[in-house]
Design a protein around this ligand. Structure first.
Ligand code: TYD
Length: 264
């Protein structure tokens, strides 16, 4: 049930729908601009180019929780935050996401998968990320191109060299300013995923998504991919110990931003 739905079902349900919407907009102050609603707060960027933050890591490391906590912290500091994700940060992207993650797509060949993730990214960059950066916003993206490098290139073993020109023109030209790599022991993230699958299994009849049924060996390769990427880009990719309590992880992200993000 959504927060709005929960409130309406409770004792406040007697209030009119308009008042409920106002109350909800006050509670839900985190700004979203990709797959969610769009809301804005004061812009403290002075009209300059915005700041591009991405969150990465193997499945089950708490990226989505951190994305929400970080968006709230940045909004409370007066930033306009565009919260978005891949795959699925646009309307077309949400269709691609459905195809990519649906259990019926089990037989999708790796090259098709790669091209769909890239298609989602180009659409997302054009419709959401670049415009938001041009408006001077902080773009906070749950997964981006490092995910393709870790999952499709490193873990699936796809050679992306033939796409070099295309990637350079379309994607590499908009690199993140900072990437938080949420890392934790594989067993811990697998246990979290198992719990999540069980929960989803109760409500979705076991339909937990194609990619999330990947085996531990695959996730180990993805993790190794992220490790290598972090070594290749030490100035941009920051490893964060995601095994800590969520508040401690959130604190680390803010500390890192305090020294790197202009106007933090
Ligand atoms: P999602 O439910 O968003 O997982 P998470 O919450 O862990 O991010 O599913 C996205 C899945 O797609 C996830 O398993 C990682 C995978 N993925 C790729 O394989 N390549 C990519 O380029 C991207 C963006 C995601």
């Amino acid at each position: 049930m959504t927060l709005l739905g929960a409130v309406q079902a409770g004792p406040l349900g007697r209030l009119s729908a308009d008042w409920m919407r106002i109350l909800f907009s006050l509670i839900n102050f985190s700004v979203s601009c990709g797959y969610n609603n769009m809301k804005h707060t004061m812009d403290v960027s002075g009209g300059k180019r915005g700041y591009f933050i991405t969150l990465e890591g193997i499945d089950g490391t708490g990226k989505s929780t951190q994305a929400q906590l970080l968006a709230r912290s940045l909004v409370s500091r007066g930033h306009t935050v565009c919260s978005t994700r891949e795959p699925g940060g646009t309307l077309i992207g949400s269709r691609l996401r459905e195809v990519l993650l649906h259990p019926d797509s089990r037989d999708m060949v790796p090259v098709t998968e790669l091209l769909l993730f890239l298609a989602d990214r180009v659409q997302h960059l054009t419709q959401v990320i670049r415009p938001a950066l041009a408006r001077g916003e902080v773009v906070l993206c749950d997964r981006y191109h490092d995910a393709t490098l870790a999952y499709q290139q490193y873990a699936r073993g796809l050679d992306m060299t033939p796409l070099k020109d295309f990637l350079g023109a379309e994607i590499d030209s908009t690199p993140p300013d900072i990437t938080f790599w949420l890392d934790m022991p594989l067993e811990q993230s697998m246990a979290r995923m198992a719990l999540r699958d069980k929960r989803l299994g109760q409500t979705n009849g076991g339909d937990e998504g194609r990619l999330e049924t990947e085996r531990e060996g695959f996730m180990a390769r993805v993790q190794a991919g992220y490790r290598e990427l972090a070594q290749l880009h030490p100035d941009r990719i920051l490893r964060v110990d995601a095994a800590q309590p969520a508040e401690a992880v959130a604190g680390e992200l803010l500390t890192a931003l305090a020294t790197r993000m202009p106007g933090f």
